[in-house]
Design a protein around this ligand. Sequence first.
Ligand code: AMP
Ligand code: MG
Length: 347
Amino acid sequence: MSEKHINTKVITYPDNNGMKEGAELIKKGALVAFPTETVYGLGANALLSDAAEKVYRAKGRPSDNPLIIHLAEPSDAEKYCHVTPEFLRLAKAFMPGPLTVVMKKKDIIPSTVTGGLDTVAVRIPSHIAARELISLAGVPIAAPSANLSGRPSTTSADHVISDMLGRIDMIIDGGDCDIGLESTIVSVCGKNKLKMLRPGRITLEMLEKEGFEVELDKAVTEKLSEGEKPAAPGMKYRHYAPGAPVSLVCGSDEKRIAFLSRFAEDRSVALVCFDEDEKIKNLPNAYIIGSKNDPDGQAHRLFALLRSFDDKEEIKQIYAPLPEKKGIGLAIFNRMLKASGYTVIEV
Ligand code: AMP
Ligand code: MG
């Protein structure tokens, strides 16, 4: 991993001169973290191989884990990849927004950006600061989440500062990210057919409603066995994990609460619970993720909550509920499962 020796400039959006400076930095191959509607991105000029290499170094990210390229408009995509009719339909329905589409890349995108693959992942973010940065830079911006590899993704500028200060050239503070989970990733695998490689705010149900047949990649919900390869290389890595181990508690509300109650007052154990968990939610070691009926709120808070455990040295074990696998719940389920290293306790 790169040493922390860069003087990182932090600006707050909106800041016209700061944004112009950020765009110039991107153009010349420097690294700029910026807010998006999903999570913060660590941006680099996607046309420069050296810039992409800097991203991998700054994050400590394995170089076979490709980056998503961010564009200002769907119509820019044809410059960088072989656009399919399915992409055009998805663009009409969901872009700009939290959806990434994997397509065959054109030669202009260096293979360092795509982790050696012949495909490239494309997204058009809706966040106003992200759009402005991409337009001003005039180049596609390759950007993974702006966290150190393995840690929860960053959903506020403070998170980015804590992981990236001294490693990158600029951080654009645009406040908290709305959605809080990374984009949905799909690849097109036939006429009208999509494979979902990573769930997110654009849900399987939303894609089906647009007339697509959607297959869920196995790596979204299951641990792959030795030698099995996920369609999104990033899905094989340990991810989103706080320092203390996370275990997911699976069972009826009653049984889950009975299990968690055993650790009442034990400050070495963090109990993640819902607003509705009356019996435990006021315990000193309870951490509320939101209402059971508000999965968007849970998604918005998840990474900040996981990160906050790292500030509390006394916490040695984290118990969290297993979310429902429908709608955006599938994305929360996927991130929790990865954060837990697939540790599920049936109660
Ligand atoms: P991050 O930007 O940190 O959310 O990570 C990007 C995710 O996109 C990782 O899981 C990558 O494996 C996935 N990804 C990026 N490019 C491709 C591609 N060409 N094919 C499949 N997955 C990709
Ligand atoms: Mg990431």
